[in-house]
Design a protein around this ligand. Structure first.
Ligand SMILES: Nc1ncnc2c1ncn2[C@@H]1O[C@H](COP(=O)(O)OP(=O)(O)O)[C@@H](O)[C@H]1O
Ligand SMILES: [Mg+2]
Length: 389
Protein backbone atom coordinates (compact mmCIF):
# COMPACT_ATOMS: atom_id res chain seq x y z
CA UNK A 1 0.00 0.00 0.00
CA UNK A 2 2.71 2.39 1.03
CA UNK A 3 4.71 1.60 -2.09
CA UNK A 4 1.74 2.47 -4.30
CA UNK A 5 1.30 5.77 -2.55
CA UNK A 6 4.98 6.62 -2.91
CA UNK A 7 4.84 5.87 -6.62
CA UNK A 8 1.82 8.14 -7.01
CA UNK A 9 3.59 10.92 -5.18
CA UNK A 10 6.68 10.51 -7.35
CA UNK A 11 4.54 10.64 -10.47
CA UNK A 12 2.75 13.74 -9.24
CA UNK A 13 6.11 15.48 -9.14
CA UNK A 14 8.55 14.99 -11.96
CA UNK A 15 7.92 18.43 -13.41
CA UNK A 16 11.56 19.34 -13.67
CA UNK A 17 13.14 19.07 -17.09
CA UNK A 18 16.72 17.88 -17.40
CA UNK A 19 18.57 18.03 -20.67
CA UNK A 20 21.92 16.25 -20.66
CA UNK A 21 24.32 16.68 -23.53
CA UNK A 22 21.42 17.12 -25.89
CA UNK A 23 22.23 18.26 -29.41
CA UNK A 24 20.73 18.44 -32.88
CA UNK A 25 22.49 18.41 -36.20
CA UNK A 26 20.97 18.67 -39.66
CA UNK A 27 23.53 17.25 -42.06
CA UNK A 28 26.71 19.24 -41.40
CA UNK A 29 24.80 22.05 -39.65
CA UNK A 30 24.56 22.07 -35.87
CA UNK A 31 21.32 23.72 -34.74
CA UNK A 32 21.87 22.90 -31.05
CA UNK A 33 25.31 22.19 -29.61
CA UNK A 34 25.53 19.69 -26.72
CA UNK A 35 23.48 21.33 -24.02
CA UNK A 36 23.03 20.70 -20.31
CA UNK A 37 20.09 22.43 -18.77
CA UNK A 38 17.88 21.88 -15.75
CA UNK A 39 14.52 23.58 -15.51
CA UNK A 40 13.33 23.42 -11.88
CA UNK A 41 9.87 22.01 -11.26
CA UNK A 42 7.15 24.64 -11.00
CA UNK A 43 9.29 27.41 -12.42
CA UNK A 44 8.60 29.80 -15.26
CA UNK A 45 11.61 29.31 -17.49
CA UNK A 46 12.41 31.29 -20.64
CA UNK A 47 14.61 30.35 -23.57
CA UNK A 48 15.62 33.69 -25.04
CA UNK A 49 17.52 34.38 -28.22
CA UNK A 50 17.45 35.80 -31.73
CA UNK A 51 15.69 34.02 -34.56
CA UNK A 52 17.52 30.88 -35.68
CA UNK A 53 19.52 30.31 -32.46
CA UNK A 54 17.92 26.92 -31.75
CA UNK A 55 15.08 27.70 -29.34
CA UNK A 56 12.32 25.86 -31.19
CA UNK A 57 14.58 22.88 -31.86
CA UNK A 58 15.35 22.63 -28.14
CA UNK A 59 11.67 22.86 -27.24
CA UNK A 60 10.72 20.25 -29.83
CA UNK A 61 13.29 17.85 -28.39
CA UNK A 62 11.64 18.25 -24.96
CA UNK A 63 8.23 17.60 -26.53
CA UNK A 64 9.49 14.59 -28.47
CA UNK A 65 8.67 16.20 -31.82
CA UNK A 66 12.34 16.20 -32.78
CA UNK A 67 14.77 13.37 -32.17
CA UNK A 68 18.02 14.53 -30.55
CA UNK A 69 21.25 13.66 -32.38
CA UNK A 70 22.79 12.94 -28.96
CA UNK A 71 21.94 13.28 -25.29
CA UNK A 72 18.95 12.60 -23.08
CA UNK A 73 15.78 14.27 -21.87
CA UNK A 74 14.51 13.58 -18.36
CA UNK A 75 11.21 14.68 -16.92
CA UNK A 76 11.65 14.24 -13.20
CA UNK A 77 13.27 10.83 -12.74
CA UNK A 78 11.94 9.48 -16.00
CA UNK A 79 14.14 9.22 -19.07
CA UNK A 80 11.71 10.16 -21.85
CA UNK A 81 14.26 10.36 -24.67
CA UNK A 82 12.79 7.36 -26.47
CA UNK A 83 9.12 8.12 -25.76
CA UNK A 84 6.83 9.46 -28.49
CA UNK A 85 5.27 12.89 -27.85
CA UNK A 86 1.89 11.60 -26.75
CA UNK A 87 3.46 9.47 -24.02
CA UNK A 88 5.28 12.43 -22.48
CA UNK A 89 3.54 14.45 -19.73
CA UNK A 90 4.07 17.56 -21.80
CA UNK A 91 1.91 19.81 -23.90
CA UNK A 92 2.80 22.60 -26.32
CA UNK A 93 1.22 25.94 -27.22
CA UNK A 94 2.36 27.39 -30.53
CA UNK A 95 2.19 30.88 -31.96
CA UNK A 96 -0.56 29.78 -34.35
CA UNK A 97 -3.31 28.83 -31.96
CA UNK A 98 -4.52 25.99 -34.21
CA UNK A 99 -8.00 25.99 -32.66
CA UNK A 100 -10.72 23.98 -34.37
CA UNK A 101 -12.70 26.67 -36.23
CA UNK A 102 -15.95 24.69 -36.40
CA UNK A 103 -16.00 23.87 -32.66
CA UNK A 104 -17.01 26.38 -30.04
CA UNK A 105 -14.65 27.41 -27.24
CA UNK A 106 -16.06 24.85 -24.79
CA UNK A 107 -15.58 21.99 -27.25
CA UNK A 108 -12.11 23.18 -28.22
CA UNK A 109 -11.08 22.98 -24.57
CA UNK A 110 -12.96 19.68 -24.04
CA UNK A 111 -11.26 18.07 -27.03
CA UNK A 112 -8.39 16.45 -25.14
CA UNK A 113 -10.73 14.92 -22.57
CA UNK A 114 -13.21 13.60 -25.15
CA UNK A 115 -10.38 12.04 -27.14
CA UNK A 116 -9.41 10.11 -24.05
CA UNK A 117 -13.00 8.85 -23.86
CA UNK A 118 -14.00 10.95 -20.85
CA UNK A 119 -17.75 11.58 -20.89
CA UNK A 120 -18.44 14.10 -18.15
CA UNK A 121 -16.24 16.99 -19.10
CA UNK A 122 -18.27 19.99 -17.96
CA UNK A 123 -16.73 20.50 -14.54
CA UNK A 124 -13.15 20.37 -15.80
CA UNK A 125 -13.81 22.50 -18.87
CA UNK A 126 -15.61 25.15 -16.79
CA UNK A 127 -12.68 25.24 -14.38
CA UNK A 128 -10.24 25.70 -17.23
CA UNK A 129 -12.33 28.43 -18.84
CA UNK A 130 -12.48 30.20 -15.48
CA UNK A 131 -8.73 29.88 -15.13
CA UNK A 132 -8.20 31.71 -18.43
CA UNK A 133 -11.15 34.04 -17.71
CA UNK A 134 -13.26 32.98 -20.67
CA UNK A 135 -16.24 31.48 -18.85
CA UNK A 136 -18.59 33.91 -20.60
CA UNK A 137 -17.30 33.03 -24.06
CA UNK A 138 -17.85 29.26 -23.89
CA UNK A 139 -20.36 29.09 -26.72
CA UNK A 140 -18.58 31.39 -29.15
CA UNK A 141 -16.55 30.18 -32.10
CA UNK A 142 -12.81 30.97 -32.26
CA UNK A 143 -13.23 33.63 -34.99
CA UNK A 144 -15.51 35.61 -32.67
CA UNK A 145 -12.69 36.08 -30.16
CA UNK A 146 -9.71 38.44 -30.16
CA UNK A 147 -6.18 37.11 -30.73
CA UNK A 148 -5.40 37.25 -27.03
CA UNK A 149 -8.58 35.37 -26.14
CA UNK A 150 -7.88 32.71 -28.76
CA UNK A 151 -4.43 32.23 -27.31
CA UNK A 152 -5.96 31.77 -23.86
CA UNK A 153 -8.22 29.07 -25.31
CA UNK A 154 -5.11 27.38 -26.66
CA UNK A 155 -3.55 27.52 -23.18
CA UNK A 156 -6.71 26.08 -21.57
CA UNK A 157 -6.81 23.31 -24.17
CA UNK A 158 -3.19 22.44 -23.45
CA UNK A 159 -3.63 22.49 -19.67
CA UNK A 160 -6.78 20.39 -19.45
CA UNK A 161 -4.84 17.14 -19.71
CA UNK A 162 -2.78 18.20 -16.68
CA UNK A 163 0.65 18.06 -18.27
CA UNK A 164 3.58 18.37 -15.90
CA UNK A 165 5.30 20.74 -18.25
CA UNK A 166 3.78 23.29 -20.60
CA UNK A 167 5.94 24.33 -23.54
CA UNK A 168 5.16 27.66 -25.18
CA UNK A 169 6.79 28.55 -28.50
CA UNK A 170 6.55 32.33 -29.09
CA UNK A 171 2.87 32.12 -28.07
CA UNK A 172 2.42 35.90 -28.09
CA UNK A 173 4.28 36.55 -31.34
CA UNK A 174 1.15 37.26 -33.36
CA UNK A 175 -0.29 39.80 -30.92
CA UNK A 176 0.20 43.55 -31.01
CA UNK A 177 2.36 45.14 -28.35
CA UNK A 178 -0.37 46.22 -25.93
CA UNK A 179 -2.13 42.85 -26.01
CA UNK A 180 1.20 41.09 -25.68
CA UNK A 181 1.92 42.99 -22.45
CA UNK A 182 -1.49 42.01 -21.05
CA UNK A 183 -1.01 38.39 -22.05
CA UNK A 184 2.43 38.29 -20.42
CA UNK A 185 0.87 39.15 -17.08
CA UNK A 186 -2.02 36.78 -17.76
CA UNK A 187 0.27 33.82 -18.56
CA UNK A 188 2.34 34.56 -15.48
CA UNK A 189 -0.82 34.54 -13.34
CA UNK A 190 -1.99 31.26 -14.90
CA UNK A 191 1.40 29.65 -14.28
CA UNK A 192 1.37 30.79 -10.64
CA UNK A 193 -2.14 29.43 -10.23
CA UNK A 194 -1.55 25.97 -11.76
CA UNK A 195 2.01 25.75 -10.41
CA UNK A 196 3.39 23.54 -13.19
CA UNK A 197 6.64 24.09 -15.08
CA UNK A 198 6.37 26.49 -18.03
CA UNK A 199 9.13 26.60 -20.65
CA UNK A 200 8.57 29.72 -22.71
CA UNK A 201 10.43 30.46 -25.93
CA UNK A 202 10.78 34.08 -27.03
CA UNK A 203 13.10 36.42 -28.93
CA UNK A 204 11.79 39.39 -26.91
CA UNK A 205 14.12 40.19 -24.01
CA UNK A 206 11.56 42.30 -22.18
CA UNK A 207 9.05 39.46 -22.38
CA UNK A 208 11.54 36.97 -20.95
CA UNK A 209 12.57 39.39 -18.19
CA UNK A 210 8.99 40.21 -17.17
CA UNK A 211 7.72 36.66 -17.03
CA UNK A 212 10.47 34.26 -16.18
CA UNK A 213 12.07 33.18 -12.91
CA UNK A 214 15.05 31.92 -14.88
CA UNK A 215 16.21 32.84 -18.36
CA UNK A 216 18.59 30.89 -20.59
CA UNK A 217 20.09 33.23 -23.17
CA UNK A 218 20.82 31.28 -26.35
CA UNK A 219 23.21 32.29 -29.09
CA UNK A 220 24.01 30.21 -32.18
CA UNK A 221 22.87 26.89 -30.71
CA UNK A 222 24.44 27.36 -27.28
CA UNK A 223 23.24 28.62 -23.92
CA UNK A 224 25.40 31.67 -23.42
CA UNK A 225 24.27 32.39 -19.86
CA UNK A 226 21.59 31.23 -17.46
CA UNK A 227 20.21 33.14 -14.51
CA UNK A 228 17.44 35.23 -13.03
CA UNK A 229 16.54 38.32 -15.06
CA UNK A 230 18.19 40.66 -12.53
CA UNK A 231 21.33 38.54 -12.39
CA UNK A 232 21.68 38.42 -16.18
CA UNK A 233 21.12 42.15 -16.42
CA UNK A 234 23.49 43.16 -13.62
CA UNK A 235 26.15 40.51 -14.17
CA UNK A 236 26.36 39.67 -17.85
CA UNK A 237 29.36 37.46 -18.53
CA UNK A 238 29.63 38.09 -22.27
CA UNK A 239 29.19 41.11 -24.52
CA UNK A 240 26.40 39.20 -26.26
CA UNK A 241 24.35 38.98 -23.06
CA UNK A 242 25.26 42.55 -22.06
CA UNK A 243 23.99 43.89 -25.39
CA UNK A 244 21.08 41.53 -25.98
CA UNK A 245 19.51 42.34 -22.60
CA UNK A 246 19.24 46.11 -22.58
CA UNK A 247 22.24 48.13 -23.71
CA UNK A 248 25.73 48.49 -22.35
CA UNK A 249 28.66 50.82 -22.79
CA UNK A 250 32.13 49.35 -23.13
CA UNK A 251 35.52 50.93 -22.54
CA UNK A 252 38.70 49.09 -23.49
CA UNK A 253 41.00 49.31 -20.50
CA UNK A 254 44.25 47.85 -19.21
CA UNK A 255 44.83 46.41 -15.75
CA UNK A 256 47.11 48.75 -13.82
CA UNK A 257 47.10 47.43 -10.28
CA UNK A 258 45.02 45.98 -7.46
CA UNK A 259 43.60 48.55 -5.07
CA UNK A 260 41.57 48.25 -1.88
CA UNK A 261 38.28 48.70 -3.77
CA UNK A 262 39.09 46.44 -6.67
CA UNK A 263 41.08 46.37 -9.85
CA UNK A 264 42.47 49.70 -10.99
CA UNK A 265 42.28 50.07 -14.75
CA UNK A 266 43.83 52.54 -17.14
CA UNK A 267 41.65 53.94 -19.90
CA UNK A 268 42.84 56.88 -21.94
CA UNK A 269 44.62 59.11 -19.45
CA UNK A 270 42.34 58.21 -16.55
CA UNK A 271 41.76 55.43 -14.06
CA UNK A 272 38.65 53.37 -13.39
CA UNK A 273 37.90 51.02 -10.51
CA UNK A 274 36.27 47.63 -11.08
CA UNK A 275 35.21 45.40 -8.14
CA UNK A 276 37.01 42.06 -8.51
CA UNK A 277 33.81 40.12 -7.88
CA UNK A 278 32.24 41.74 -10.95
CA UNK A 279 35.10 40.93 -13.28
CA UNK A 280 35.07 37.86 -15.51
CA UNK A 281 38.25 38.72 -17.47
CA UNK A 282 41.70 37.44 -16.63
CA UNK A 283 43.41 39.70 -14.07
CA UNK A 284 47.00 39.65 -15.30
CA UNK A 285 48.57 43.10 -14.91
CA UNK A 286 48.81 44.74 -18.30
CA UNK A 287 46.00 42.52 -19.51
CA UNK A 288 43.04 44.03 -21.34
CA UNK A 289 39.52 44.21 -19.93
CA UNK A 290 36.28 45.47 -21.39
CA UNK A 291 34.79 47.74 -18.76
CA UNK A 292 31.00 47.67 -18.98
CA UNK A 293 28.47 50.05 -17.48
CA UNK A 294 24.73 50.36 -18.09
CA UNK A 295 23.41 53.70 -19.39
CA UNK A 296 21.05 54.29 -16.45
CA UNK A 297 23.82 53.99 -13.85
CA UNK A 298 25.64 57.04 -15.19
CA UNK A 299 25.29 60.70 -14.14
CA UNK A 300 26.12 63.61 -16.43
CA UNK A 301 27.66 66.76 -15.00
CA UNK A 302 28.60 69.85 -16.97
CA UNK A 303 32.40 70.21 -17.08
CA UNK A 304 32.18 73.56 -15.23
CA UNK A 305 30.73 71.75 -12.20
CA UNK A 306 33.19 68.83 -12.28
CA UNK A 307 34.58 69.93 -8.90
CA UNK A 308 31.27 69.01 -7.26
CA UNK A 309 31.41 65.33 -8.24
CA UNK A 310 31.98 63.27 -5.08
CA UNK A 311 35.29 61.47 -4.63
CA UNK A 312 35.50 57.80 -5.37
CA UNK A 313 33.32 57.72 -8.48
CA UNK A 314 34.48 56.39 -11.82
CA UNK A 315 34.62 59.26 -14.26
CA UNK A 316 35.32 59.94 -17.91
CA UNK A 317 35.15 63.15 -19.90
CA UNK A 318 33.34 63.74 -23.17
CA UNK A 319 31.18 65.99 -25.29
CA UNK A 320 27.43 65.58 -25.80
CA UNK A 321 26.84 64.49 -29.38
CA UNK A 322 23.11 64.00 -29.18
CA UNK A 323 20.29 64.37 -26.70
CA UNK A 324 16.72 63.06 -26.88
CA UNK A 325 14.10 64.08 -24.39
CA UNK A 326 11.70 61.18 -23.89
CA UNK A 327 9.64 62.34 -20.93
CA UNK A 328 10.72 60.25 -17.95
CA UNK A 329 14.33 60.49 -19.01
CA UNK A 330 16.72 62.18 -21.38
CA UNK A 331 18.99 59.96 -23.43
CA UNK A 332 22.39 61.39 -24.21
CA UNK A 333 24.99 60.15 -26.64
CA UNK A 334 28.40 61.35 -25.50
CA UNK A 335 31.62 61.14 -27.47
CA UNK A 336 34.47 60.37 -25.13
CA UNK A 337 38.14 59.80 -25.88
CA UNK A 338 37.81 56.34 -24.29
CA UNK A 339 34.59 55.36 -26.05
CA UNK A 340 32.70 56.82 -28.97
CA UNK A 341 28.95 57.06 -28.52
CA UNK A 342 28.62 56.51 -24.81
CA UNK A 343 24.95 56.10 -23.94
CA UNK A 344 23.51 57.74 -20.83
CA UNK A 345 19.92 57.68 -19.58
CA UNK A 346 19.32 60.49 -17.11
CA UNK A 347 16.09 60.65 -15.13
CA UNK A 348 14.37 63.97 -15.55
CA UNK A 349 14.57 65.35 -12.05
CA UNK A 350 16.36 68.68 -12.30
CA UNK A 351 17.55 69.21 -15.83
CA UNK A 352 20.63 71.31 -16.37
CA UNK A 353 19.75 73.48 -19.42
CA UNK A 354 23.43 73.55 -20.40
CA UNK A 355 23.39 69.81 -21.20
CA UNK A 356 22.87 70.17 -24.93
CA UNK A 357 24.83 68.87 -27.91
CA UNK A 358 28.32 70.34 -27.94
CA UNK A 359 28.54 70.69 -24.14
CA UNK A 360 31.68 69.39 -22.43
CA UNK A 361 30.66 66.97 -19.67
CA UNK A 362 31.95 64.54 -17.10
CA UNK A 363 30.23 61.15 -16.91
CA UNK A 364 30.50 59.48 -13.54
CA UNK A 365 29.16 56.44 -11.75
CA UNK A 366 29.56 54.27 -8.68
CA UNK A 367 32.43 51.80 -9.31
CA UNK A 368 30.17 49.04 -7.90
CA UNK A 369 28.07 49.39 -11.07
CA UNK A 370 30.99 48.49 -13.29
CA UNK A 371 31.44 45.00 -14.74
CA UNK A 372 34.49 43.56 -16.47
CA UNK A 373 34.48 41.24 -19.47
CA UNK A 374 37.09 39.38 -21.46
CA UNK A 375 38.47 41.84 -24.03
CA UNK A 376 38.88 39.33 -26.86
CA UNK A 377 35.14 39.43 -27.54
CA UNK A 378 33.31 41.39 -30.20
CA UNK A 379 32.00 44.54 -28.50
CA UNK A 380 28.97 44.60 -30.79
CA UNK A 381 27.87 40.97 -30.29
CA UNK A 382 24.13 40.84 -29.67
CA UNK A 383 23.41 44.42 -30.72
CA UNK A 384 20.86 45.41 -33.34
CA UNK A 385 23.69 46.76 -35.49
CA UNK A 386 25.22 43.31 -35.50
CA UNK A 387 21.89 41.65 -36.27
CA UNK A 388 21.45 43.95 -39.29
CA UNK A 389 24.75 42.82 -40.84
N1 LIG B 1 14.38 20.47 -40.23
C1 LIG B 1 15.44 21.27 -40.35
N2 LIG B 1 16.37 21.08 -41.30
C2 LIG B 1 17.45 21.87 -41.43
N3 LIG B 1 17.70 22.93 -40.64
C3 LIG B 1 16.80 23.21 -39.68
C4 LIG B 1 15.62 22.40 -39.48
N4 LIG B 1 14.94 22.92 -38.43
C5 LIG B 1 15.63 23.98 -38.01
N5 LIG B 1 16.76 24.16 -38.76
C6 LIG B 1 17.76 25.22 -38.57
O1 LIG B 1 18.23 25.16 -37.23
C7 LIG B 1 18.44 26.46 -36.72
C8 LIG B 1 17.66 26.67 -35.45
O2 LIG B 1 16.28 26.69 -35.76
P1 LIG B 1 15.18 26.96 -34.66
O3 LIG B 1 15.37 26.04 -33.53
O4 LIG B 1 13.86 26.93 -35.35
O5 LIG B 1 15.53 28.46 -34.21
P2 LIG B 1 14.69 29.50 -33.37
O6 LIG B 1 13.45 28.83 -32.86
O7 LIG B 1 15.60 29.94 -32.29
O8 LIG B 1 14.37 30.63 -34.31
C9 LIG B 1 18.05 27.44 -37.83
O9 LIG B 1 19.22 27.83 -38.51
C10 LIG B 1 17.17 26.60 -38.72
O10 LIG B 1 17.23 27.04 -40.05
MG1 LIG C 1 11.43 29.32 -33.23
Amino acid sequence: MKTTKDTTTAAAHGGDVRLSGISKTYGSFTAVHPLDLTVPEGSFFALLGASGCGKTTTLRMIAGLEEPSAGTVHLGDQDVTALPPYKRPVNTVFQSYALFPHLDIFENVAFGLRRRGIKSVKKQVDEMLDLVQLGEQARKKPHQLSGGQQQRVAVARALINHPKVLLLDEPLGALDLKLRRQMQLELKRIQTEVGITFVHVTHDQEEAMTMADQVAVMNAGRVEQLGSPADLYENPRTTFVANFLGSSNFIEAEIDSRGGDGLVLKAGGGKLVLPEARNSASTTTGGKVLVGVRPEKISVTHADEAGEIPEGRNRITGRIADSSFIGVSTQYVVDSPVCPEFEVYAQNIARDPRLVPGAEVVLHWNPAHTFGLDATQDIDAGTEEEAAV
